[in-house]
Design a binder for this molecule. Structure first.
Ligand code: GDP
Ligand code: ZN
Length: 352
């Protein structure tokens, strides 16, 4: 495998590497403690050791996109991951206090921020994504997708312009292919990109439009394990036909969820307000005694569906927080168990 195809040239010119000569590889899959590393020896399993095992600088494990110093094991498709090389850029989420940072992916050149017109067009959300992109050090490019659904999108572009400032804005349709050529001008062989955007805005469709093939087939590799069965693995870093490199990890989707959270919470303000008018401040919204939520559900002002979506959103938000804030994990687990029990009880009472 040619390292330049993995973006080594561009990367190595942008950071200062340790002295001496050593073997390198690029992390392509991170799955709990299992890593896949792309190297000149091909695709290898990565075993963490030393600095990478305790976490880089005592805090960070390798992430997809990371360049690492490796040592190949003889006669095995395995490498020891010895050290994370300096990151040229890193996409991360920070705790609200800004004192804790969780790196999602590393060494990304371009962040395409995707919104779908008209339903997902949201300036506040765009702003949040831009903050994430700018903090990463990568180049943000705003993509307004689904223009085929909009007769008049010029107004939206000028609204986005005010927020995007120096970041280019491209209006495209993954469906008709309009604007895709312009999008491609931001991709060069060896340059790494990610797509950041809410679910349903058309990220997969865009990749399909860029490559001309289905992302699903690009991402899934069928492999035979030692016992002759085949397993399907998902690739988290894909070299596209044009030589550009796409990083698409579960972490990127979680990052989008996290960035959307505040916005989503706002859209459920009415439900939040209802719960504030319950008689008891610690109301569980289950007993009829002075519960405003239950009253609204009963008289139909709040639909069961909307309330369930709200609960789902809360749960998701909590899940993300839990993942981020490990110290509170145990506490939340106990809470989650309690809530789960409660929900089960309610459902049982309600639906038998
Ligand atoms: P993702 O969740 O961001 O990956 O979004 P998908 O690529 O799965 O697309 C979500 C839905 O939007 C699918 O039904 C797509 O067919 C549709 N979609 C994506 N891009 C476009 C577009 O440019 N125009 C239209 N009309 N639909 C699109
Ligand atoms: Zn209540």
């Amino acid at each position: 495998m040619d390292l330049s195809a993995l973006g080594w040239k561009k990367y190595s010119e942008s950071v200062s590497l340790p002295e001496g000569s050593f073997d390198v590889g690029r992390i392509s899959v991170e799955n709990k403690t299992n890593y896949t590393v792309l190297t000149k020896y091909g695709e290898c399993a990565g075993i963490l050791r030393g600095k990478t095992l305790s976490g880089f600088d005592g805090a960070e494990f390798p992430k997809v996109g990371d360049w690492v110093r490796i040592a190949k094991l003889p006669e095995e498709n395995k490498v020891i991951v010895e050290e994370i090389l300096p990151r040229s850029t890193k996409i991360s989420r920070k705790s609200p206090e800004g004192d804790e940072e969780q790196v999602i992916v590393a060494n990304v050149d371009v962040v395409f921020i995707v919104q779908g017109l008209p339903d997902d067009f949201n300036l506040r959300r765009l702003e949040r994504y831009l903050v994430i992109a700018r903090q990463s050090g990568a180049k943000p490019v705003v993509i307004l997708n689904k223009i085929d659904l909009n007769d008049d999108f010029y107004e939206l572009i000028s609204e986005a312009r005010a927020v995007a400032q120096e970041a280019p804005i491209i209006a495209v349709s993954a469906k008709t292919g309009k604007g895709i050529d312009e999008l491609k001008t931001f991709l060069q062989p060896g340059s790494t990109f990610v797509l950041l955007g809410s679910s349903g805005v058309g990220k997969s469709s865009l990749v399909n439009a860029i490559t001309g093939e289905s992302l699903q087939t690009t991402r899934e590799i069928r492999e035979y394990d030692g016992r002759g069965r085949h397993t399907t693995t998902k690739r988290e870093m894909i070299i596209l036909e044009d030589g550009s490199i796409l990083i698409d990890t579960p972490g990127m989707r979680e990052l989008a969820l996290w960035a959307d959270e505040e916005e989503i919470q706002k859209s459920y303000e009415d439900v939040e307000e209802l719960s504030l008018s319950c008689r008891y401040s610690n109301c569980d919204h289950e007993k009829s005694d002075g519960c405003a939520v239950k009253a609204a559900l009963d008289d139909g002002t709040l639909s069961q569906e909307r309330y369930q979506n709200y609960l789902k959103m809360k749960k998701e938000a909590e899940y993300l927080e839990t993942k981020f804030n490990k110290t509170k994990q145990m506490e939340r687990k106990t809470q989650a168990k309690k809530q789960h029990k409660k929900l089960n009880k309610t459902l049982k009472e309600k639906y038998g």
